[in-house]
Design a protein around this ligand. Structure first.
Ligand code: SF4
Length: 439
């Protein structure tokens, strides 16, 4: 028996697919990745609803499976994740795609085993989405980890921020933090299993613990994890600028095990747009956070997300974004065009023509590409500690620095999972090339 998981969206979903894989394997299914749908016994779609295009793609794939299901009635088709949790979506899916056997919400993945057994033995379908704001966190889950040297660990779920363009708080619920002992135990186990990089995940990791004012905050959690013995490093994503505080920045600078790298989504450089987005910080506040990071951790890698074409964004607002990009000089930036998400506040705001958005993002990309190139160039002649992640080509391996920069250098399979000091000799855009520097 075999399975295929189609994963869409963010790192949280990729990690959740590891959990889904583990559940399927416990039922005796094996992974099978060929694109021949007839050969599958179970196909799971772990969905994302952040962008409309992703949703259309998922629906089109599900639609295509109608024939496969007809030819093979034992094929099990399941939909889990954000899309199923969206208001009214479960009814649309059931009506339009009756060949779907299982639909589970973002906090119901643990019911997958039971749902499959019920279907196999009793021919009963399962459609469950938990609509409580703070669904319980289920501990003691297994993950079939597929990420090589790097392991992901959720430290919290949900988000309380309600940025006006974002659907996440509606589909993933309010913030719920895992207990510190549970996180520490999971990380300890991963280190013992040989994982060299642990990435802490959450929509807004900086507000870890804010749902329990008497419990530990994010800086305390970081310190406890940083003190664990072993040859490893720890990074985290994502941070909200309003919640990244001095205590966290100082903690990162204090421990070598904490990566000197912060992903801090700015979204826009215009105060008008930031207010309309309900981001709850100004450009001045953001710049102060950057100043503080650079004064406490001078070599910190800073990356960001930038949205272009938010409803009402004027040419001046966009110029403000370009200005801040030039001023901060991010190592790299994930740039994207605003797209309407039904059910969010911004969906009902006056929209900007696509041609304007498209022209603006091209200008932004051009500037950021040239800044990324300069920032890489600055690395030439410097030595970085690199964790080797895999083979790049014959005789070459690649890995990442503490700040998350990708480096390629000579080496073989025996180096995977090892740390090496690498002298950077050449750069090309965001890519760094070097040679191992013997101690
Ligand atoms: S912080 Fe804003 S953008 Fe990020 S998940 Fe929460 S609501 Fe969405």
């Amino acid at each position: 028996m075999n399975y295929k998981i189609n994963t869409y969206g963010c790192q949280m979903n990729v990690h959740e697919s590891e959990k889904i894989a583990s559940i399927l394997r416990s039922l005796g299914y094996a992974e099978f990745n060929e694109n021949i749908h007839e050969n599958y016994d179970v196909i799971i779609f772990n969905t994302c609803c952040i962008r409309d295009t992703a949703e259309q793609k998922i629906f089109s794939h599900i639609g295509e499976l109608k024939i496969q299901k007809k030819n093979n009635p034992n094929l099990i088709i399941g939909i889990v994740g954000c899309m199923s949790q969206q208001e009214g979506k479960i009814d649309i899916m059931r009506a339009k795609y009756p060949h779907i056997d299982i639909i589970l919400g973002t906090s119901n993945i643990d019911l997958l085993a039971e749902s499959i057994v019920n279907l196999r033995e009793n021919k009963k379908h399962t459609y469950i989405i938990d609509e409580s704001e703070r669904p319980e966190i289920v501990e003691g889950k297994d993950y079939y980890r597929t990420s090589g040297t790097n392991a992901w660990v959720n430290i919290m779920y949900g988000c309380d921020n309600f940025c006006t363009y974002c659907i996440v708080p509606y589909v993933r619920g309010r913030e719920r933090s895992r207990s510190m002992p549970d996180i520490i135990n999971e990380v300890k186990e991963l280190i013992n299993c040989g994982y060299k990089e642990i990435t802490l995940l959450g929509q807004n990791v900086n507000s870890y613990g804010s749902d329990n004012p008497d419990g530990p905050d994010f800086s305390t959690l970081l310190e406890e994890l940083a003190k664990l013995s072993g040859n490893h490093r720890i990074r985290f994503m994502t941070s909200h600028p309003k919640d990244l505080n001095t205590k966290v920045i100082e903690m990162i600078s204090k421990y070598d095990t904490l990566c000197k790298s912060i992903h801090l989504p700015i979204q826009s450089g215009s105060n008008n747009v930031l207010e309309a987005m309900n981001r709850r910080y100004t450009r001045e506040y953001y710049l102060n956070v950057i100043k503080e990071i650079r004064s406490i951790i001078p070599d910190c890698g800073i990356t960001t997300d930038i949205m272009v074409g938010f409803p009402g964004e004027t040419e001046q607002d966009f110029e403000d974004t370009l200005d801040i990009v030039r001023e901060v000089q991010f190592n790299s930036a994930f740039t994207y065009i605003y797209s309407v998400r039904k059910g969010t506040v911004a969906a009902s705001m006056p929209q900007i023509p696509y041609a304007v958005k498209s022209e603006r993002i091209q200008r932004l990309i051009k500037i950021q590409n040239s800044l990324t190139k300069e920032s890489s160039k600055d690395c030439e002649g410097k030595t970085f500690r690199v964790l080797v992640e895999g083979i790049k080509s014959i005789g070459k391996v690649s890995g990442r620095t503490d700040a998350g920069r990708l480096v390629t250098f000579e080496g073989g399979e025996d180096l995977i999972g090892e740390f090496r000091n690498v002298l950077i000799t050449k750069t090309q855009s965001a890519a760094l090339f070097g040679t191992i520097k013997e101690d």
